[in-house]
Ligand binder design. Structure first.
Ligand code: SME
Length: 159
């Protein structure tokens, strides 16, 4: 049983603890689906104010839905569509304060107002993306971006 108690009050310390928890979850486990599944559960359980947390995988140049927590979501996203597609195409994190102002945003859950998408790399290629959605506008800031990029690094080391 895993029972993580992450009670840091500032974001830097919170993401340090999250990275340690994720390291413990993926330690010694090479299965990417299992690791993404536990990562999405950890994120959804510990991060406040999210309505969706999960992964899309790069399958032959299309993003295909992977393990996630939240409402049933769009299954396939081309690289030229949506926030996830932009992260995949540019291989750069997309921090979107207002999804309604993002051209081509894909509304999988009408409640989503802001979004953070971090690309995941393996052997120099795009493996997929980590996608976080919030019902609160501007839920994510630069510290969340840095923290989630750190979580992705932990996951990448296990891929
Ligand atoms: N909003 C995303 C699509 C995925 S869902 O949020 C789960 C996008 O625009 O790429």
């Amino acid at each position: 049983m895993y029972d993580f108690k992450i009670d840091a009050t500032d974001k830097a310390a919170f993401y340090d603890e999250m990275a340690k928890a994720l390291e413990a979850l993926v330690a010694g486990e090479p299965d990417a689906i299992a690791n993404m599944a536990n990562a999405s559960a950890l994120i959804m359980e510990q991060m406040a104010d999210l309505n969706w947390a999960g992964f899309y995988r790069n399958v032959d140049g299309t993003l295909v839905l992977g393990p996630f927590q939240g409402r049933a979501a769009c299954i396939r996203i081309p690289f030229d569509k949506g926030v996830c597609g932009a992260a995949a195409a540019t291989r750069e994190t997309q921090l979107v304060e207002n999804v309604h102002a993002f051209p081509g945003h894909i509304a999988c859950d009408a409640a989503s107002r802001s979004e953070l998408v971090v690309p995941i790399m393996k052997d120099g290629e795009l493996f997929g993306v980590l996608d976080l959605d919030s019902p609160t506008p501007a839920r994510f800031d630069a510290e969340d971006q840095a923290g989630c990029e750190k979580l992705v690094k932990v996951l990448e080391a296990a891929l």
